[in-house]
Design a protein around this ligand. Structure first.
Ligand code: DQA
Length: 143
């Protein structure tokens, strides 16, 4: 089983970025956390982070026929990107959407997610643990 883990804009600044919301741990430590979770489950994985919408769309398109599932935190593109939604729908790879923070208890504009329209599950407000939950969900969903 192969999972593609996608993180969107500004998640590379974890640790520095709004620590009261996103915590003190860095993007590198998130990558290590995800790697440990995948290895513990015997799952092959690739990590991808980009600040660019088109690069994320390209990565999703390239996943067709290569990856069995996608874990995606689209970050701000969650609330704006029909292009990422359409890419997920096009490849029909089961996707789990993750947000570190609880997008439903923040500003009004964060409550709407285009990505939820394609995702099999949306996990938010659980920090790094949310990624592990998404990985375990996909492992179970894909068996
Ligand atoms: C986020 C929530 C988004 O609203 C925000 O734009 C992000 C991160 C999260 O992980 O909580 O960049 O996806």
């Amino acid at each position: 089983m192969k999972l593609l883990i996608i993180n969107g804009p500004n998640l590379n600044l974890l640790g520095l970025r709004e620590p009261d919301i996103y915590g003190n741990r860095s993007y590198e430590s998130l990558c290590a956390f995800i790697g440990d979770a995948c290895k513990a489950e015997g799952i092959e994985y690739k990590l991808f982070q980009s600040n660019h919408e088109g690069a994320i769309v390209d990565e999703i398109q390239g996943a067709y026929g290569v990856f069995d599932g996608i874990v995606i935190n689209p970050a701000a593109y969650t609330h704006t990107s029909v292009a990422i939604l359409d890419a997920l729908k096009a490849v029909e790879i089961p996707a789990a959407e993750v947000h570190l923070s609880d997008i439903n208890s923040r500003e009004e504009f964060r409550r709407h997610s285009y990505i939820s329209l394609a995702a099999k599950i949306t996990i938010c407000g659980k920090g790094f643990e949310g990624y592990k939950e998404a990985i375990l969900f996909l492992k179970d969903y894909l068996k």
